[in-house]
Design a protein around this ligand. Structure first.
Ligand SMILES: CC(C)(COP(=O)(O)OP(=O)(O)OC[C@H]1O[C@@H](n2cnc3c(N)ncnc32)[C@H](O)[C@@H]1OP(=O)(O)O)[C@@H](O)C(=O)NCCC(=O)NCCSC(=O)C[C@H](O)C(=O)O
Ligand SMILES: [Mg+2]
Length: 286
């Protein structure tokens, strides 16, 4: 059985914005992140915390995965956020600016103490230079940790780098993080694209994210949902090829190597083809 969960489109919204909370119920997103951190002004933190918990408990978001992003460890809001989020019992609690494997283990323990249901996963944002150096240990630190989420805005800020098309300044960080997630067997989501009017630039970054191996992209605007859903799903051509490969393998039963459209097919290609079909089935089932 496949362990693939569609997380092609993962939309942040400020939990202090009732219009966005309402709008999200109508959007074909795979997951929603109710933000309590950067998108919420200090004076609105209490109200946002209550709104996020109410949204998670409302039962009005269908099959979408629901995630609460708490304020970071060491901030004045972190403890209250974590307790409220644990009590609300979303699918996951996302912690920003995670810095080490020890911190992940401490967060997992804190979630237990706070009474988070077992099904509530821990997600960690990778968005500091220290996290990039420790990302392999972070990714493998706790069975509760299920997803890494790139925070490319904070990363660019911390590196004194610049946002440029193609993202060369953060390429190494993106690739190290994908390697770490795959080595640990967990999922990983790409960072956000800030210019909500630049569709071409956004789609190019989605394609790049998919090529690098990300499972999906974090988003900031409803206008980005459709592009991400398409980019991170197998295309019709990929599905057709996967079916052809499985058929060719079945036809050549037991030979160890066959050809499909003139290309060598071995067991590993069959596994990749099966994964494409599993992804397609999971997306259809959503
Ligand atoms: C970027 C925005 C502030 C733009 O808002 P606005 O100008 O209101 O957009 P529109 O008028 O085009 O909106 C059209 C309708 O869509 C709704 N809307 C907008 N954004 C969202 C959303 N994110 N989720 C749900 N619904 C949304 C509007 O309410 C309009 O609805 P209606 O009038 O009923 O048609 C805004 O998009 C926004 O706030 N985006 C999210 C910002 C955010 O959450 N930022 C924090 C996460 S990003 C981050 O921190 C990354 C990371 O940590 C890093 O370091 O990189
Ligand atoms: Mg950030």
């Amino acid at each position: 059985m496949s362990d693939y969960s569609p997380r092609r489109s993962v939309l942040y919204m400020p939990s202090s914005n009732p219009k966005a909370l309402e709008k999200a119920k109508t959007l074909p997103v795979d997951a929603i992140i109710f933000d309590l951190e950067d998108a919420v002004a200090p004076g609105a933190k209490d109200e946002a915390r209550a709104a996020a918990a109410a949204a998670v408990g409302s039962g009005e978001y269908g099959g979408r995965e629901l995630v609460i992003r708490v304020n970071g460890v060491g901030t004045e809001w972190h403890a209250a956020d974590l307790v409220a989020a644990a009590k609300a019992g979303p699918d996951a609690i996302l912690v920003p600016k995670v810095g080490s494997a020890d911190q992940v283990r401490a967060l997992a323990t804190a979630l237990e103490w706070a009474g988070a249901p077992e099904r509530t996963q821990l997600w960690a944002m990778i968005e500091t230079p220290g996290a990039i150096f420790d990302v392999r240990e972070i990714a493998a630190a706790s069975p509760r940790l299920a997803v890494l989420v790139m925070g490319t805005n904070d990363l660019v800020k911390e590196l004194y780098a610049q946002h440029v098309p193609g993202r060369a300044p953060v390429h190494v960080s993106l690739q190290l993080s994908v390697l770490a997630a795959r080595a640990a067997g967990i999922a990983i989501l790409d960072g956000v694209y800030n210019d909500v009017r630049d569709t071409d630039g956004f789609l190019a970054e989605c394609r790049q994210g998919r090529e690098l191996g990300f499972d999906g992209k974090t988003l900031i605007h409803p206008g980005q949902v459709e592009g991400a859903n398409t980019a991170f799903a197998p295309s019709a051509a990929e599905v057709e090829e996967a079916e052809g490969i499985l058929q060719a393998w079945e036809d050549g039963a037991g030979t160890g190597v066959v050809t499909y459209n003139g290309r060598m097919i071995e067991n590993l290609h069959v596994e990749t083809a099966q994964r494409v079909l599993d992804m397609q089935a999971a997306i259809r089932g959503r």
